[in-house]
Design a protein around this ligand. Structure first.
Ligand code: SF4
Length: 460
């Protein structure tokens, strides 16, 4: 029923799927909807329509997104689809979502706040009275109050053969550094203690702007990742960098980590270690010297924690090439590793490569890689037992809380379970002594006497 005006305040339901970049898109849309006076409904029943922000990265995500759309249609009936899956088209040009769910009201691609808003306006007229004063200055956030994802750029200039993101999200578009730092300052003023910097290719930040000079609080600053890290490091919050490809200038970030300006944490998606496979993947940056790079980074910042992701069973990968990857995993001694079995995403160039690996072999290789890493991880975490570290509490428990140190990112890495004998406060820093570890998580008790490893924080 396009144009229907409900008697009560217009209310929008929202389902947000996918990666942190999609989450930031969701936050932008929700902030704008609230600014225009729409209510956000937590249930399908009370919503006048539902927006589903989808993910289209791998087949499992496509499946989950299509199911979420189906559920929203059957529970509510009026659905607008946005996000990566929305951009997927069939060979005849028709949108995949429309083919499977023809009754959706509208479909847009990712990073399309304006189009989503237009679609909402068409099907659910704006409320008479905007409640702009209800919007917190930092916008609507879907993460807990104490950490926030900060998206610094959209899109990607690379053409990795397993990935369709550039065709869905377009070329790299960086946000000017003044705007990003401004948003970060607002978030920190709102109580955010940890900023998680995300984009498709964080190391490439500013390339599209030719590193143009912008203004940060009246000071001229060039838009590049080094200046960004430096400026964010002034704000007094934890600053964690995600999706950093090992471009040469990344070496300059490591001293800032050693000085404590930004967290000693690098999320570098290496994806493979064998030169031939990396070439087939068309990965950016010269990846052949990665072991030497890792050694140099650790020499410059001994505390550095490195997270990476890999793909096992890429088309044409021989057993010997996979073994080379395993050897890299043993030598690199990475702190946190994720591994996907290669998944032929529709539209990816890698699907046309010869000698695809059968699915059971891909899965078996993924499991073998994770087994090797589990041992690496177990030893590395055990070596931390006895040290005193600062944790940021994400969740309270009757006996203390669950949190993370500088070395663990939320949702993707392990956690620290703190047994303090009483509930701790979410969003607060505490000093703890690590007392135990398995291959993923750590346990800890309050530290009474030791000095902090890093920076300021509450003490028990
Ligand atoms: S760098 Fe490669 S994997 Fe990452 S978004 Fe760009 S094309 Fe995809």
């Amino acid at each position: 029923m396009p144009g229907r005006r409900p008697a009560r305040p217009a209310s929008v339901g929202f389902v947000s799927l996918g990666c942190p970049k999609a989450l930031v898109d969701s936050e932008r849309i929700l902030t704008q909807l609230r600014a225009e006076g729409y209510l956000i409904s937590p249930t399908y029943r009370d919503a006048d329509l539902v927006v589903v922000n989808t993910c289209g990265f791998i087949d499992a995500a496509v499946e989950e997104s299509l199911q979420a759309i189906g559920e929203a249609l059957s529970e509510n009936g009026r659905v607008i689809v946005t996000g990566c899956l929305g951009a997927r088209t069939e060979p005849d040009g028709e949108r995949l979502v429309r083919r499977i769910h023809p009754s959706v009201l509208a479909v847009t691609g990712p990073h399309a706040t304006e189009q989503v808003l237009e679609a909402v306006h068409t099907h659910l007229p704006r409320p008479h009275e905007p409640f702009a004063d209800l919007i917190p200055p930092a916008g609507v956030k879907l993460t807990p109050a104490h950490y926030a994802y900060l998206k610094i750029a959209e899109g990607c200039n690379q053409s990795c053969t397993f990935c369709v993101i550039p065709s869905m999200r377009g070329k790299l578009v960086s946000r000017p550094i003044g705007e990003v730092v401004n948003e970060a300052e607002r978030l920190v003023r709102q109580g955010v203690r940890e900023l998680l910097i995300v984009s498709q290719d964080t190391g490439a930040y500013g390339v599209d702007l030719r590193y143009r000079t912008d203004f940060v609080n009246g000071r001229p600053v060039r838009t590049d990742v080094r200046n960004l890290a430096f400026e964010l490091g002034r704000l007094g919050a934890w600053v964690r960098l995600h999706y950093v490809y090992p471009y040469p200038h990344i070496d300059d970030l490591v001293p800032m980590m050693e000085q404590g300006r930004i967290l000693p944490y690098l999320d570098v998606p290496f994806q493979h270690a064998h030169p031939r496979i990396l070439k087939l993947m068309r990965r950016p940056a010269n990846a052949e010297r990665n072991i030497d790079r890792i050694r140099a980074w650790r020499a410059a910042c001994p505390a550095l924690s490195i997270r990476s992701t890999f793909i096992a069973g890429f088309p044409g990968e021989t057993e010997a090439e996979f073994e080379a990857l395993l050897e890299f995993i043993r030598q690199a001694q990475l702190d946190r590793v994720g591994c996907f079995a290669y998944s032929p995403v529709q539209g990816a160039a890698a699907n046309d490569l010869p000698e695809p690996i059968p699915e059971p072999v891909r899965e078996e290789r993924r499991a073998r890689l994770m087994q090797v890493q589990a041992e690496v991880s177990r030893v590395r975490l055990a070596a931390r037992i006895g040290s005193v570290e600062q944790v940021l509490i994400d969740q309270t428990t009757p006996e203390g809380g669950i949190g993370r140190t500088r070395f663990e990112a939320p949702e993707i890495d392990g956690v620290v379970r703190v047994n303090a004998g009483a509930a701790l406060t979410v969003g607060q820093f505490y000093d703890v002594r690590l007392t135990g570890a398995d291959e993923h998580d750590l346990s800890a008790v309050p530290s009474e006497t030791e000095t902090l490893v890093n920076g300021a924080g509450g003490s028990l």
